[in-house]
Design a protein around this ligand. Structure first.
Ligand SMILES: [Fe+2]
Length: 274
């Protein structure tokens, strides 16, 4: 799976967060305006670009940005370590979103994290594995993450919803020290607003055979990038540092878009962080 954001997307997000105009960014990198615009649009044509100068003017870490330009992607993940965790990716036109399904292999109780665009592929995994969907956790209420909520609730009317939306009924709202047991798995939550006001990260621990915990982060952070947060860029970064980077280094990050990554790989390679 490719990175969610190419080099140009990363630079544009950082530039907007830093409130730098594209004219000023082009000047800093010694580029014609059209050349700079093409870089933001395509993420390519960067051979002669002074990426370090560009990185510092938009507030990105220069070495990490160069690594992305050189094709960095997170190490491939052996999903069989986590019994049982599945990523389900659905698309709408050219745009994809991930949701995640976990279950306890003994009790067969399952929890879904976001819905993506389509319920069909989720029903298929549920049916094939003969599991019972008990919980539906929402990382944030942007449309792509909750688009299939209707058909899922229709088929599983007793599924318990969890979200941090202030519009959700009180009994569905996450509380800071909540934990939910799913067989031997344990699910906790940490607030990660910034990209979305109701952004929350769910941590799943106690996997069999000491597999590392997993963090379902929604759009808070992506491999090599982060969800756009033009209104609250500082808050978004602060929450990633405090709530996600404080997790154990081997924690598997499961983003709403793009590939799996880990806390250690993001600390090492994500150009939004020094
Ligand atoms: Fe989002």
């Amino acid at each position: 799976m490719n990175l969610e954001d190419h080099l140009g997307d990363i630079i544009r997000k950082a530039r907007i967060a830093a409130k730098v105009s594209s004219v000023a960014a082009a000047q800093a990198a010694n580029l014609a305006q059209e050349t700079y615009a093409a870089i933001e649009d395509t993420g390519t044509s960067v051979l002669d670009v002074d990426l370090a100068a560009l990185a510092s003017v938009v507030g990105l870490q220069p070495q990490k940005l160069k690594r992305i330009a050189n094709g960095w992607v997170p190490a491939a993940v052996d999903l069989s370590l986590w019994r049982e965790l599945r990523r389900i990716t659905t698309s709408c036109s050219d745009y994809s979103v991930n949701c995640y399904l976990i279950w306890d292999e003994v009790t067969r109780e399952a929890a879904l994290f976001d819905t993506g665009f389509e319920a069909g592929p989720i029903f298929q995994v549920i049916d094939e594995n003969q599991i019972q969907l008990r919980h539906l956790f929402i990382t944030h209420t942007h449309e792509d993450h909750v688009a299939a909520l209707g058909p899922i609730r229709e088929r599983f009317p007793k599924v318990k919803l969890h979200s941090s939306s202030k519009h959700a009924p009180i009994e569905q709202r996450n509380r800071p020290n909540d934990f939910i047991d799913l067989g031997s798995l344990r699910i906790t939550n940490r607030d990660t607003p910034g990209h979305a006001e109701d952004g929350v990260t769910y941590i799943i621990g106690n996997f069999p055979d000491d597999a590392p915990s997993t963090a379902i982060v929604g759009d808070a952070i992506f491999a090599g990038s982060m969800g756009k947060a033009p209104e609250n860029p500082d808050l978004a970064k602060q929450k990633i540092r405090e709530q996600i980077f404080s997790l154990p280094a081997d924690t598997l990050i499961c983003p709403g878009h793009g590939p799996f990554t880990t806390v250690s790989q993001e600390k090492e390679n994500n150009p939004f962080f020094k």
